[in-house]
Design a protein around this ligand. Structure first.
Ligand code: SF4
Length: 384
């Protein structure tokens, strides 16, 4: 009898950056030296041996090294980390293997090392092609760095590139955003992520939020709708609220999050969904390193949740609705044993009438307008 392999996504968090961007609330520190990075990689290797044992029997079909700025590790540390990963986990030859890169940190030597390690997808954080917008965001690269990195990666053999762009940046106009989109599309990356700037507590932007020359809510909405239309017209399918891909190039790893598939996150601040349990590790790098060194990995877990069926149901709807395909009603019924319509039709009616949601016999999904306001719609219909 043939059994399908149990598939797993693997995420690895690298919490180092050259300097902090003004809007960033990700777990990353600036200014660490090679010693701190090396100690952290050693801790990650130890965590890999521990988690690798738990993942015996699973085939890893997607790897995502994110941050922070993973490319700051440099060739030697990166190769050390990845060779350990191959020792501890069974990674399929056909796995999607993504690394996030800041355009100021990509060199020919590094790109060649990534390819040697099996990396086949790189996600480049461009955000904007305009020097004034990049400067306001506190990005350490300019357009020339991005173009050079893009060319280096292509020459090294990376045939799957994502480019992140941002809308809602201070001083950004519809025209300047359009220029960014046009420039990116002219390079034909396989994937484009277009995110709205969020002003997060604890960031320099948050402290100055009242004086930042931010686009109005209406302007930001128009930028989003424009991006969706422009990217679709240029062959990029809008498959998730903020993500667009050429056919067949949707990000396999991120789709695992939205599909509720299992993944293990390694490193500080990393989250996992494994064996029906969600857990996240602490953000404190030294606490993480010291706990791993003293064989107390469990003490780095600062959130743990075993999902009840009701939690799983709400989460399933919330994550599925992020995708343009939305909730498939047949699949929903076979998972939960009751009709999607029975539970949600009345709650959704106002949003259907307003043109935010399409609710038909087979599926329920957001329209493009609905995707823009998806958070508020979902929080009003779900029992969270
Ligand atoms: S490069 Fe990315 S992770 Fe690092 S500070 Fe900037 S936004 Fe944050």
């Amino acid at each position: 009898m043939h059994n399908d392999p149990k598939l797993l996504g693997l995420y690895c968090h690298i919490p180092f950056c050259k300097s902090k961007c003004a809007y960033c609330d990700f777990c990353s520190v600036a200014g660490s030296g090679n010693h701190a990075r090396s100690v952290y990689v050693d801790a990650l290797c130890r965590e890999m041996s521990e988690m690798g044992k738990k993942a015996k029997g699973y085939t890893v079909d997607s790897v995502f090294i994110g941050g922070g700025t993973p490319t700051l590790l440099g060739e030697a540390l990166f190769e050390k980390l990845i060779s350990r990963m191959y020792e501890e986990f069974f990674v399929a030859e056909s796995a999607e293997f993504t690394v996030e890169a800041n355009p100021a940190t990509v060199t020919k030597k590094l790109a060649e090392a990534l390819v040697r390690c099996g990396v086949n997808r790189v996600s480049l954080g461009l955000q904007s092609v305009h020097a004034n917008e990049l400067k306001l965001l506190g990005r350490i690269h300019d357009l020339a760095d991005f173009e050079k990195s893009y060319e280096i990666l292509r020459k090294a053999g990376i045939d799957n590139i994502n480019v992140d762009v941002m809308f809602g940046i201070p001083d950004q106009t519809a025209e300047s955003f359009l220029n960014t989109l046009k420039h990116v599309v002219s390079l034909r990356p396989e994937h484009i992520s277009a995110y709205g700037l969020q002003i997060e507590p604890g960031t320099p932007f948050f402290a100055r939020k009242d004086e930042l020359p931010l686009p109005t809510e209406d302007e930001e909405y128009s930028m989003y709708i424009y991006a969706c239309e422009f990217l679709e017209q240029n062959g990029y399918g809008h498959y998730e609220i903020s993500n667009f891909a050429l056919p067949g190039r949707e990000c396999r790893h991120n789709k695992k999050y939205w599909n509720g598939d299992p993944y293990i996150g390694l490193g500080c601040a990393a989250h996992s969904f494994f064996c029906g349990e969600r857990f996240g590790r602490c953000e404190d790098i030294s606490a993480y390193v010291s706990a791993v060194k003293h064989k107390a990995l469990d003490s780095t877990v600062d959130s743990r949740e075993i999902l009840t069926l009701a939690d799983f149901e709400s989460e399933y709807v919330m994550l599925r609705m992020r995708l343009s395909e939305g909730v498939n009603k047949k699949a929903y019924k076979s998972l939960f044993g009751f009709d999607f319509d029975e539970r949600y039709r009345d709650r959704l009616k106002g949003y259907v009438d307003a043109g935010f949601v399409v609710d038909n016999a087979e599926s329920c999904h957001f329209t493009t307008d609905g995707m823009y306001v998806s958070n508020s719609v979902l929080s009003s219909i779900l029992d969270l």
